[in-house]
Design a binder for this molecule. Sequence first.
Ligand SMILES: *[C@@H]1O[C@H](CO)[C@@H](O)[C@H](O)[C@H]1NC(C)=O
Ligand SMILES: *[C@@H]1O[C@H](CO)[C@@H](O)[C@H](O)[C@H]1NC(C)=O
Ligand SMILES: *[C@@H]1O[C@H](CO)[C@@H](O)[C@H](O)[C@H]1NC(C)=O
Ligand SMILES: *[C@@H]1O[C@H](CO)[C@@H](O)[C@H](O)[C@H]1NC(C)=O
Length: 331
Amino acid sequence: MRGYLVFLILSSIFLYYILHGILWRESSSWLRVIEMRRPPMMLSCSLKPAFESLLSYRGIYPFLCTSDLNAIAAFQESDKIALPYGVKKSVHYFQLALSRLQSCDLFPETDKVPCKKCIVVGNGAVLKNKTLGEKIDSYDVIIRINDGPVRGYEEDVGTKTTFRIFYPESVFTNPEDHDPDSVVILTVFKSYDLMWLGDLLDGNTPDISHFWKKPALNLIYKTEKIRILDPIITRIAAYDLLHFPTSFPKKEKPKHPTTGIIAITLAFYICHEVHLAGFKYNFTDKSGPLHYYGNTTMFMMSTNEYHNITAEQIFLKNIIEKNFVTDLTQD
Ligand SMILES: *[C@@H]1O[C@H](CO)[C@@H](O)[C@H](O)[C@H]1NC(C)=O
Ligand SMILES: *[C@@H]1O[C@H](CO)[C@@H](O)[C@H](O)[C@H]1NC(C)=O
Ligand SMILES: *[C@@H]1O[C@H](CO)[C@@H](O)[C@H](O)[C@H]1NC(C)=O
Ligand SMILES: *[C@@H]1O[C@H](CO)[C@@H](O)[C@H](O)[C@H]1NC(C)=O
């Protein structure tokens, strides 16, 4: 059985390259061969979005599913890369966490909008007093980041959330911030993140000794609303969009994309049109506010050792200037 499966996967890959080389130079579905249950998105969108030229892979499904975790990982070579950008040596933890979830659906079955117009709402202070709330709420898909609040900031950031991307140290813990309509997406950086999720879903107290900042000790979201992001999305953000090196000097902390850039990468794969708000920062004003909420200052951003903000600003400037995205808070 196992040998048969391996044979099937290998021959699928072989077939893919043959067909790709001969027939489908402009093929729109990279994973057509084994992703039967995941229909390619945007099939009925006639014009290809401009940002498509940035995407090195086509037809990536953004969430992990239990049924084909191994096959997809092998196909995308995520099984050759350790966390945070692959699943090597952590497949077991991924399986354990995924086995507790109930769905890996992207959109509800009732959703019939084929070409999605999306907005990624960053957490930047630039959103303050711009009263963009109503405009933001008008998009088909609204992607928010970490614990960027809606409650109390509705006029400036809107009320609706389709997706919220988080990690264990950044997820809401106050039930008042719960939105029953949101799907929340875990970005996994270490195997402890998966154990943390599994423990919370099982009602156990997670081991929090391996976190850089205290993670949430309760989950306000329903199991059926939780998804796990395929690390390939973060990998594409890091290597293809931000051009990070694959290894860093020993004395330096490896840089990873911020949740904001991961959210934009996700949007590129699930949307036909991508707009941004709240991604512009005033770097000369070190004592100015960083977010549209709370008291964190710009100084905190300039001292972050885990991200490369310069690379992210170059990327953002580039996609805005080339009109790959529209930025609602540019001026
Ligand atoms: C936003 O408006 C509030 C209330 O009108 C005001 O106190 C605050 O200073 C304004 N903030 C900015 C950044 O303009
Ligand atoms: C950025 O902050 C500096 C220092 O407070 C200020 O002089 C400048 O006008 C700000 N720039 C923008 C574009 O708001
Ligand atoms: C921000 O600072 C104000 C005034 O110092 C304080 O009242 C408020 O609680 C702080 N907010 C947060 C989220 O820390
Ligand atoms: C951050 O990215 C920029 C632009 O790619 C690069 O020049 C710089 O060396 C990077 N900095 C670090 C600390 O990795």
